[in-house]
Design a binder for this molecule. Structure first.
Ligand code: NAP
Length: 246
């Protein structure tokens, strides 16, 4: 086990973010958790991290609100110390539907939470990590989706497009800050067992990946933990699939 510093996980109360928070704690990180509404779930993750002997704090913050983002970073830094890694994970899917049925409210919601917030949260991290701002560097892991490549026809092409924006963020920002001590990486999960799916979706699609089953949040967390660590020290600008072969 290494003493790895402080990591901030947005959307850390449930699903992939919660599994990442716990896996990162096992790897020696102290963990700040951002969440939107589920105080009880966030408290459970804090407890799990503390059981592993690491420090943790949960902060309610909506990632679409600039003031909330600043408060999230400042609260975690005050409680735990300077943030060395960000897992830019908070996200939502849209209800299933075809492009010809989308309205502005739907598109605004999914792009705001998945794409615009990913940019705002990454920007807030760069202002604290970059050597140009007096920081000590760090790592940002953006959570994208295989949907960005597959397109999600008939389900949520808008979600897929919002995650394609996250992939472009990973590529572009990595080049922008490579010489400022910050590495930017991405993960593209496939079908993962979390509550994000509409009822019945996992049962319907669960055996479609070549590996014949959905993935677990812990399997995604394993990759996130590797990317956040020095074990990935010669990697930046790369997004890796963790999707059972599809
Ligand atoms: P999940 O179980 O539904 O958890 C979503 C998390 O994001 C929760 O912690 C939630 O907080 C938080 N969140 C949502 N909107 C937020 C906002 N506006 N501000 C702050 N926090 C917010 O989802 P998941 O499946 O773990 O997904 C995590 C990431 O993986 C997402 O970016 C998703 O697109 C991506 N992904 C998931 C899959 C999959 O199959 N599960 C596949 C590919 C990519 P509360 O608990 O407070 O609601």
């Amino acid at each position: 086990m290494t003493d790895s510093g402080v990591v901030l996980v947005t959307g850390g109360s449930r699903g992939i973010g919660a599994a990442a928070a716990i896996a990162l704690a096992s790897d020696g990180w102290d963990v700040g958790i951002g969440y939107r509404t589920r105080d009880d779930e966030a408290a459970r993750v804090v407890e799990a991290v503390e059981k592993l002997g690491r420090r943790a704090i949960a902060v309610q913050a909506d990632v679409v609100e600039t003031e909330d983002i600043e408060r999230l970073f400042d609260s975690v830094t005050t409680a735990l110390g300077p943030i060395a890694a960000l897992i830019n994970n908070a996200g939502v899917v849209s209800p299933a539907g075809r492009v010809d049925q989308y309205d502005v409210a739907r598109l605004d919601n999914v792009f705001r939470i998945n794409a615009i917030s990913a940019f705002l949260v990454a920007g807030a991290a760069v202002r604290r990590m970059s050597t140009q701002y007096g920081g000590s560097g760090g790592v940002i892991v953006n959570v994208s989706s295989r949907a960005a490549v597959l397109g999600s026809a008939g389900e949520y092409v808008d979600y897929a497009a919002s995650k394609a924006a996250v992939d472009a963020l990973t590529t572009g920002l990595a080049n922008e800050v490579a010489k400022e001590g910050i590495r930017i990486l991405g993960v593209r999960p496939g079908l993962i067992e979390t509550d994000i799916h509409e009822p019945g979706r996992l049962d319907r699609l669960g055996t479609t990946p070549p590996l014949g089953r959905p993935g677990t949040p812990e399997e995604v967390a394993e990759l996130i933990t590797f990317l956040a660590s020095d074990r990935s020290s010669y990697m930046t600008g790369t997004t890796i699939d963790v999707s059972g072969g599809r």
